[in-house]
Design a protein around this ligand. Structure first.
Ligand code: ATP
Length: 427
């Protein structure tokens, strides 16, 4: 049953340029005699008071024809995907995804759906959750009306994730992960029947139907979303972690570590040093850190983990050892020689496990890692030596002295170098 709401107060949140664009699109649809809606994340987030820049438009009529006309009017680049009946209009700083309203049938569990043109109601009904099945009409006469067939607005207000129909998770098991993502992102709960449907589908092993690539991608999306810790705890609550590795355990210790990730990221942010890494990887390292070597290798094989990520997971096996070494480090050079072999993610994982190492790691990141000596082989040659293994040895000694603050200037480096060479002569 269709309900329409006036959401003028929310429309005010949209910046003028975007609003003008949506109105223009609405008038274009009018001229073609099509109904036009914006659907998906945009209406959901707008009701929540946020402007989402994913613009999914659906046309009751002919989406491709509409896209052609719109791109003529707006300029920009048009891509048409005939096989899907969709199009993308790319403007300078945003893009519009355009589709014809459609209805989907799933001939088998987790198979690709068969698609036909349908009404806006059918198009909304094929979606995952009521909160994602809202539309805002863009045609001039109804511009900005929120169209709600499935009480999505009420569920948004109550903070409920509700499936649209009972077979939804069999049609597409990835919705399980989408559900966890939205529940954790917005801190929502599952509506009672939906919760049962989740439990049943999971008991019936629908997740087994997903390829490992897709499975890993769903995990990655969850870890990249706004509340990875709750996302993981939902995976645990619904007994899904074992699909990733039978050895993964979600226990009190893991939960503490997962919560430490934010603290460490904030700490790093305050340091204002330039580093580049993906934050979600830290959550992944914590998630799998209890696995043994064989289990990590199996995990990496199953999910086609790239070399760099694999190395991070393997390093986590040695974290306790590294933590001990750092605690025992007697001088800066000992810190340097340990940390220099680690990636930033590895160091942050050490901190996640033991934040009392913050001074050591800060010192390394801010200072030690940039320590360079000015003397080189040239100075040694100038002193009459010919190149050999001794060069590296004495230069290393100079570097150590520099790291420990025993020498600072070029002159001091050089003096120390001469002293080292003289000592070796006399040995
Ligand atoms: P996000 O804020 O994460 O981008 P979104 O809801 O916009 O969330 P998209 O993946 O861009 O996510 O999907 C857009 C819309 O398409 C959704 O709001 C939903 O209506 C529909 N949708 C996406 N994936 C599915 C799915 N697996 N099953 C059913 N509907 C889906």
């Amino acid at each position: 049953q269709e309900k329409r709401y006036d959401i003028s107060d929310k429309l005010e949140l949209i910046d003028e340029q975007l609003l003008a664009l949506l109105k223009k699109a609405g008038r274009m649809a009018d001229s073609l005699d099509f109904d036009l809606y914006i659907v998906g994340g945009f209406p959901r987030d707008l009701v929540l008071g946020q402007v989402n820049h994913d613009l999914d438009l659906v046309v009751e009529g002919d989406g491709i024809e509409f896209a052609r006309e719109l791109s003529k009017e707006l300029g920009g680049h048009l891509d048409i995907y005939h096989e899907f009946g969709t199009a993308v209009v790319s403007l300078e700083d945003l893009k519009l995804d355009i589709a014809t309203t459609r209805v989907e049938y799933y001939p088998q569990v987790a198979s690709l759906p068969e698609v036909e043109h349908g009404s806006i109601q059918q198009d909304l009904f094929r979606r995952d959750f009521t909160i994602n099945a809202l539309a805002i009409q863009l045609n001039q006469a109804s511009f900005g009306q929120l169209v709600d067939y499935f009480s999505g607005k009420k569920d948004l207000e109550k903070g409920l994730i509700r499936l649209l129909h009972n077979f939804s998770l069999y049609d597409d098991p990835t919705r399980i992960f989408r559900g966890f993502r939205f529940a954790s992102r917005y801190d929502y709960n599952f509506e009672e029947n939906t919760e049962d449907l989740f439990k049943h589908a999971i008991e019936l092993d629908v997740i087994e139907k997903l390829s490992s690539d897709r499975l890993f991608n769903k995990l990655e999306l969850g870890l990249k979303d706004r509340n990875p810790v709750r996302f993981i705890s939902l995976l645990d609550e619904y007994n899904i972690l074992s699909y990733f590795s039978p050895g993964i355990e979600w226990n009190h210790e893991t939960e503490i570590l997962e919560n430490n990730v934010t603290k460490v990221l904030d700490w790093l942010h305050d340091l204002e040093i330039v580093t580049s890494f993906e934050e979600w990887v830290l959550y992944l390292i914590v998630l799998v850190h209890g696995l043994n070597e064989t289990e990590i290798k199996d995990f990496a094989n199953k999910f086609n983990i790239n070399k760099n990520l694999f190395d991070r997971l393997m390093t986590s096996l040695k974290a306790d050892k590294y933590i001990r070494i750092l605690h025992d480090a007697e001088d800066n050079s000992a810190i340097y020689y340990l940390l220099q072999g680690l990636a930033i993610e590895d160091m942050l994982f050490l901190l996640i496990k033991d934040f009392s190492l913050e001074e050591e790691i800060k010192l390394y990141l801010e200072k030690l890692q940039w320590t360079d000596i000015e003397v080189s082989g040239e100075e040694i040659i100038a002193l009459g030596y010919s190149p050999g293994p001794i060069f590296r040895e004495v230069l290393d000694e100079v570097r150590k002295a520099k790291l420990n603050g025993e020498v600072e200037t070029y002159e001091e480096e050089k003096e120390y170098l001469e002293q080292l060479l003289a000592e070796r002569e006399s040995e």
